[in-house]
Design a protein around this ligand. Structure first.
Ligand code: AMP
Length: 283
């Protein structure tokens, strides 16, 4: 079984005691999550296990990254199931802080990446990335990992955290992990559990619309307007696709592109029934 810690102090003491082995420094890989683990998280854990001596997984549903009318209260949680998965995967340490540990009384400091946090997801979820960058900084400071494993599924989040790590000189290397998908292409997400059977069927249209964009680009189309229109048409031909928040293309630094080229990425946010899903794909 992995060792479970709820307190930063105890986690640090433990990691300090195992990190240095007869003068040799052990490498620590860190996988921050909000729990309800799925194949996507497991892929991050596997990468970390391969590349490091010690793998730490955190499980914390961070309240500050949820907007007032978002799904914080109903976000799926099952710590026993998560611990069993961590055990199966050979995770060494699981960190499960409570809110007081992360946001003690009197807490006033936030970390914010300006600019990048206001576009795409940030436009529709104001304050979201401020919550993400604040909690990730605190988790990094608690674990002090050598490597940080992040999924490309949350591409904007990854770019923002990369920026933050560079800007704040945090001594950690980011390892990006490609998106893990279900058999029919839907990107794995803890939020997929919200979908009804019918909604789940329609949700594959998100992945298919990204493939459609990719195909258009490989056939020579470069105008994002045309690509977006085609994707919208396709998505709207499916039941339960209620609303499209955005379909945008950007480069690896998250500069929005109207004329796309190979290597750019299409990012999408869609409401399937009452569930908001995001996805992206490299062109
Ligand atoms: P979450 O628990 O949703 O906050 O995600 C924790 C980490 O797992 C983040 O780095 C996510 O990008 C990553 N992740 C979530 N879903 C996937 C997926 N389908 N494939 C790869 N990584 C993922």
């Amino acid at each position: 079984m992995p060792i479970l810690f709820k307190r930063v102090r105890e986690l640090r003491n433990y990691l300090e005691s195992v990190r240095c082995d007869r003068g040799k420094n052990k490498l620590v890989g860190f996988v921050p999550t909000m729990g309800y683990l799925h194949e996507g998280h497991i892929e991050l854990i596997k990468r970390s296990k391969l590349q490091n001596d010690i793998t730490v997984v955190s499980i914390y549903v961070n309240p500050t990254q949820f907007g007032e009318n978002e799904d914080y209260d109903r976000y799926p949680r099952d710590i026993d199931r998560d611990l069993a998965i961590c055990n199966e995967q050979g995770v060494d340490v699981v960190f499960v802080p409570d809110d007081k540990e992360i946001y003690p009384n009197g807490f006033q400091t936030v970390v914010m990446v300006e600019g990048l946090s206001d576009i795409l997801e940030g436009k529709f979820r104001p304050g979201h990335f401020k919550g993400v960058t604040t909690v990730v900084t605190k988790l990094i400071n608690a674990v002090m990992p050598d490597r940080l494993y992040l999924g490309e599924k949350d591409f904007q989040q990854m770019v923002i955290i990369k920026r933050m790590i560079e800007d704040l000189l945090l001594p950690v290397e980011i390892v990006p992990v490609p998106t893990v998908r279900d058999k029919d292409g839907l990107a794995m997400s803890s939020r997929n559990t919200y979908l009804s059977e019918d909604e789940r069927k329609s949700a594959t249209a998100i992945y298919k619309s990204l493939l459609l964009a990719k195909e258009m680009v490989s056939n020579g189309e470069r105008r994002m307007n045309t690509i977006r229109k085609r994707m919208e048409e396709f998505l709207k031909s499916h039941p339960h696709i209620k609303k499209i928040d955005y379909i945008e293309a950007c480069d690896n630094q998250l500069n929005i592109k109207e004329e796309v080229s190979k290597g750019d990425r299409i990012l999408i946010a869609v409401w399937v029934g009452n569930t908001r899903l995001i996805d992206n794909m490299e062109l």
